[in-house]
Design a protein around this ligand. Sequence first.
Ligand code: 13P
Length: 248
Amino acid sequence: MKYFIAANWKMNKTIGETRDFLKSFIPMVKELRDVDIVVAPPFTALSAAAEEMKGSNVLLSSQDVFWEEKGAYTGEVAPAMLVDAGCRHVIVGHSERRQYFHEDDQVVNKKIKAVLKAGLGVIFCCGESLEEREGGKTFDVIRREVEQGLAGVDPDNLVVAYEPIWAIGTGKTATVDQAQEVHAFIRNVLSGLYGSRAGEIRILYGGSVTPENVDSLMACKDVNGALVGGASLKPESFVKIVSFKKES
Ligand code: 13P
């Protein structure tokens, strides 16, 4: 399975900074063929990023979307507008959207369906909080998020990202064993939804991924890529991550 590594820049970078990053990053990764490389800048920088990425092996993603096609929804962006801006993927259900903007599983589900209908790929995020982990609820939370988020969703064009909330931006990465355990569980829940097609769905790990820990995380059987925040903001650092060495 081809690895999939995405940069989620969150609310960082102007248009100029986006262009500068890509002018330096793209030439450094042009020989990499065994990994899908994706960058998700903020909405304001999408078109400029698409121009910079033209003819390269780096793909554009947005960080969010609204589920309606058009109309009186001040401040929102429709899936077809993201296609128009040059996006190939959309991140849906990030824990920061769930936490700060109160997006629940039903909202996430509507967004995923709208994204797929527009012909875009989905990077669907799930993950437990520290409180949920310590309360022994990790698997219940993940099962609920995956089953409800993906209810009625076709798995073509679907990538799943496991992002334990306690590992996001904290420097606390899940251990290789913790990551593999939850990834295997997610694969199992996906098998319940999709049967043998679950084996083809890439499951990314996200949460304090760095050039130092990426090799061991990517060596896990059910880890098929990464969703990277802080360590994707500098070209040299993100280059090292997408050029990870698979440990045997
Ligand atoms: P960090 O890599 O900064 O922990 O962020 C992870 C994340 O939320 C990516 O979507």
